[in-house]
Ligand binder design. Sequence first.
Ligand code: NCD
Ligand code: ZN
Length: 348
Amino acid sequence: MTDRISIIAPDDWHVHLRDGEMLTQVVPHTAHRFQRAIVMPNLRPPVTSVAAAQAYRERIRLACPADLEFTPLMTAYLTDTIDPSELERGFREGVFAAAKLYPANATTNSAAGVTDLLQIDPVLETMARIGMPLLIHGEVTDAEIDIFDREAVFIERHLAPLRERHPELKVVFEHITTEQAVQYVSSVDRHLAATITPHHLHINRNAMFAGGLRSDFYCLPVAKRECHRQALRRAATSADPRFFLGTDTAPHERASKESSCGCAGIFNAPFALESYAQVFDEEGALAHLEAFTSLNGPEFYNLPVNSGRVILERRDHLVPELVNGLVPFHAGEILSWAVADASDQVQL
Ligand code: NCD
Ligand code: ZN
C-alpha cells in the first residue's frame, strides 16, 4: 500500500478569495497549499477593469504570508457591456489570465453577469484571437428549468452553440457536476477542459438533507445524484488532461450560510488537497493525482509547471469544526491523507 507520495506543487484553478477581513482570513489557506490560483472576480462591485484587477491582486499579495510563494492569477468579470479592448489590454499586460462568464443571476454576486451570450460575441471573438481563456459557470438561470438539470441544459442551449460560433476559443467548463458535462468535455479534442471540486467528488445531493437541512453542503452548481458523482470521480482520476483541479472554495460567514435564505458556497481551502488525495486513494488512482493537481492545468493555461514539490502521507487527522470562524468542508470528519511537513499547518 502506498503511504507516501511526492507530487509537483499544485495550483488551484478556481478560488473565491473575497475581500476585506475575509480575504485576510482565507488567503493563507490557499497560499499554503497551492502555488498559483485563478482568482474569481465576483466581488461587489465585480472586477471588470484592469485597474480593479491590479488593485485586488495587490490586496491579495498583502494578505499572503511573506514566507509563502503564491501567485494570484486574476480574471475579468464579463458583463453585457464590457469593452473587448480592456480585456485585450489586461491580457497582454499580464494582469488578466482569463475572463469569467457568469450567466446573470446564476450564483453569488452574479447580478451584473451576462444576460444574453450573443451580445458578447465581439468580446469572445477578441478572446479567441488573443488566446485568452473563457471560464464558464455553466448553468441556465430559467426558473422553469429544474435546478438539478440546469448544467445539462446549459450544454445544449449555450455551450455547444458558443463553441460552434468560436471554435478557436479556449474554454474551461468550471466546477462540473454531471455525467453530461463529463461526456461533453470528453468528446471534444481541443480547447475545452473542466475543473472538478473536492466536494462534488465526495458528496451527492443527499448530503444537503441528511437528518435535516445542511446548508454547509449547499453550493452552486448544486451537488447531483450519486451516478453523477461517480462519473466525476472517473473523470478526475483518469489522468485525462481535460480535467483538472479547481476547488471553488467559496467561504461565507456562518450567519449568511445558516439563514432562511442561505448563501451557496463551500469553504474547502484548508483541506482541499488532502480531500482530493483521499478520493484518488479510494479509486486506486494515486498514480494519477499529480496529473490532476499539478500538470493538466498548467498545460491548458500554457504556463510552466511549478518547481516545488509537496509530500502527502497517509495519516489520520481530524478536521476542526471551525477554521477562522468558518465551517470548513469535512468539518468533524477524519481525513486519511495529510501534507507531510507538520510545521506547515496553518494556524487554525
Ligand atoms: C460561489 C460564491 O459564493 O462566490 N458559490 C458557489 O456555490 N460555488 C460562486 C460560484 O462559483 O458559483
Ligand atoms: Zn466559483
